[in-house]
Design a protein around this ligand. Structure first.
Ligand SMILES: Cc1ncc(COP(=O)(O)O)c(C=O)c1O
Length: 381
């Protein structure tokens, strides 16, 4: 029996009867972009993220870009982020005209480390400003990423950001309906970005994203920027973009708002089952920080043998992934920042050892046993 990495088809089957009439309504109304379906989704998702506003956009990449762009920081500002994230986290900073500044992560969660950020900021203090020694940029923000579905320690970053007068952004693209100490992912700091790429915990039937915020001003600017900087038709107050969400995605995501908590509970149960079944193997299993609702967008474990293990699993029909095999400071696109291998040991440890296993709502115990048997065979061979 082969085990897929995720199963989008069975999720579609679960909601098919809800989706079809909504799509018919859109097709009959010809209201294809934004409109009432997107507005209804925004209201439902703001309730999940625990914020006053949710602004739906075209993708998670657009969401990261927009939340930073809309914050109107001085051009060339330095924004701290972890190196072991998807490239879109850093792209949002660069596309907004700013400088990504990498700081290492904590072992275990592999999320941006508050103590390392604190230490780095101390080293940057210079004449009442925070100057990044490498780029010379003035540091004005922190972008923490909720890696694998576990919220970063956002309360610690709120405290650090407040004390240093920095903006705090959350890349919650992997953490729909996650929480930390009862506070939902998306509700911390200045604003948060979500992705609804099909493989995400809450996936659209195409591309989609959202920014959540409690700021009325930021939400107003975001609504303008996603639609060419326009306040109303024919009036352009700002240079914007076309980052609008399609009505079809709004409809799908509105429906999925009613299922996400149950689906994430299933992911959490599957993660607990993997933890139990894999406990005897020489593997570093995922850890949950205290008070966290980790939603296991990815079940990531670590082993020095991950490349051989991955190949072995592949031969037995068990899908697996790497998230992410090369940290951003070692990628050609970011070489201009001057980073080098060895700069961020924990992020590099994560990149060289992580392997992600099949994880989706509806993953059966039989499928999980199949995965674990293949891992067992690998370690006994
Ligand atoms: C951490 C992170 N940030 C940003 C994105 C970008 O989202 P999208 O693919 O919807 O543009 C993703 C999606 O892969 C992500 O995982």
């Amino acid at each position: 029996m082969s085990v897929p990495f995720l199963d989008l088809h069975s999720l579609y089957e679960e909601i098919k009867d809800e989706v079809r009439p909504e799509f018919d309504e859109i097709l009959d109304s010809c209201y294809y972009v934004l409109g009432p379906k997107v507005a209804a989704f925004e209201e439902a998702f703001a309730a999940i993220a625990g914020t006053k506003h949710c602004v739906a956009v075209a993708s998670g990449t657009a969401a990261v870009h927009m939340m930073i762009w809309a914050s109107d920081l001085e051009p060339g500002s330095g924004i701290i982020l972890p190196p072991n994230t998807f490239t879109a986290s850093a792209e949002g900073i660069v596309l907004s005209g700013h400088v990504p500044i990498f700081v290492d992560v904590d072992k275990g969660s592999y999320n941006l480390s508050p103590s390392k950020v604190e230490q780095f900021l101390k080293e940057c203090e210079s004449g009442g400003r925070l100057l990044d020694p490498r780029s010379g940029a003035v540091i004005r923000g922190i972008l923490a990423v909720d890696l694998y579905g576990q919220p970063a320690d956002m309360a610690a970053f709120e405290e650090i950001a407040d004390r240093h007068g920095l903006l705090l952004f959350e890349d919650a693209c992997q953490a729909h309906d996650a929480s930390r100490d009862g506070r939902p992912a998306g509700s911390f700091g200045t604003a948060a970005a979500f992705s609804f790429y099909p493989g995400k915990n809450m996936g659209a039937f195409g591309e989609g994203g959202a920014v959540t915020t409690n700021s009325d001003d930021l939400a107003r600017i975001l609504r303008m920027l996603r639609d060419h900087g326009s306040r109303e038709k024919y009036f352009y107050d700002l240079i914007g973009h076309n980052y609008r969400m399609s009505a079809f995605q709004g409809a799908v995501l509105g429906i999925k708002c009613g299922h996400i908590t149950r689906w994430n509970d299933q992911r959490r149960q599957a993660a607990a089952k993997y933890n139990e079944l894999l406990s005897g193997f020489p593997l570093e299993l995922p850890s949950e920080d205290p008070g966290v609702r980790h939603v296991y967008h990815l079940y990531a474990m670590h082993t020095p043998d991950r490349d051989k293990l991955r190949e072995f699993l592949g031969e037995r029909g068990v899908a697996s992934g790497l998230h992410y095999p090369y940290p951003l400071h070692t990628q050609p696109a970011y070489s201009y920042l001057g980073g080098a291998k060895g700069d961020y040991p924990n992020a590099e440890y994560n990149s060289s050892r992580n392997i992600t296993l099949p994880m989706f709502p509806g993953l059966t115990e039989t499928q999980q046993i199949e995965v674990v048997n293949a891992i067992g065979e690998f370690f006994s061979s």
